[in-house]
Design a protein around this ligand. Sequence first.
Ligand code: FDA
Length: 394
Amino acid sequence: MKHHDVIIIGAGAAGLMCAATAGYRGRDVLVLDAAKQAGKKILISGGGRCNFTNQKVEPNNFICGNGHFVKSALARYRSSDFIDLVERHGIEYHERDHGQLFCNDSAKEIVTMLLTECEWAGAKVKLRTEIGKITQADSGKFEIATDKDVYSCDSLVVATGGLSMPKLGASPLGYHLAEQFGLKVLPTYAGLVPFTWQPEQKLKFEPLSGIAVPSTITAKDGTQFSEALLFTHRGLSGPAILQISNFWKPGETIKINLLPGIDARAAIELVLANHPKQNLRNTLGHWLPKRLVEALFDEALLNRAMNQLVHKELEQLAVDLESWEIMMNGTEGYRTAEVTLGGLDTDELSSKTMETKSVPGLFFIGEVMDVSGWLGGFNFQWAWSSGVAAGQAV
Ligand code: FDA
């Protein structure tokens, strides 16, 4: 049996960050992963440019059963710390809307940086390794059987991520391990994920595929995001939808304001005063794409002049434009979701070290736990911050 101080399962964002941090502290670290390549999700993230963090990271950018849990790790390893690391490796980056930071060139640079850090820190990464049975001996040491060797370690770090994108190697191993050690796992859901049409909506809206409009979307709990809304063949997507999907539950409607920043009633009054004979189709055509207008409103209504519409119809028009309430069929699920909501209950963990309270030496980091970030680099920041927190403690 080969012994290491620390074994980390998962060579993704959190696992590699933890490995380098622990390695620099002189710990003998081995990272095990079933995949052929380390950091597969990093490689495809941000359209291949990896939105690696955000300029402004606040605890309220995260969804977690315990809102205070993320504070300590985020305060001790900030986005500015990761930006310093990126700059030390000479990686060029740029800022997009809402403080999102992306590589100028390729997400590969982030993976190379993390693997270089592991190498400099003396942490070893072993890929193509299937994990078998994991047990804890009376001595407190963990034993990990794999398809190659059997290992033992003093600290075991579970960094296996969530269930999103199974084709990239996502697996439920982390949840199973948590349950094996008697830890509570909260139900999991696909997050940052597009919505799908109901069958009758599909007939009506599928031809709009490709249309993007600014929007403000509100979930049942009042959470709101103002970003682009995209119509797809399968349903609704775009940043506004991905963000709101984190706050949506099956059976709930969402409200879409198609004219964010415009007072619809005042705008309608203005057209009525200045262009009373203009038909509704042309009026709406100034604000929204024609195909969307035709899908949303009745043909006969669109052909009427503004001054032929009665008060009740004008009022309904404002409601339809400002708070279009729609019940989607569901989400595209883990196949396309960027994150997994739920997971290991954070009440089981120390927020300072990510060590489980009931099993000394067992740590969980990254997405496997019940912490999910908004769209915008927050999920990677959680991987970096939680990885460093555990790396300093193992
Ligand atoms: P991660 O998933 O990175 O790593 C888990 C590792 O565990 C993997 O290497 C996997 O192979 C390994 N593993 C799993 N099961 C195993 C088993 N049974 N045996 C052995 N190894 C196993 N976030 C963000 O902040 N900015 C962005 O731009 C994006 N973009 C993005 C795009 C897409 C398409 C997706 C799917 C996700 C994103 N994300 C993102 C989210 C981000 O990728 C995610 O939150 C982090 O990668 C989570 O890091 P972890 O280290 O926890 O898991």
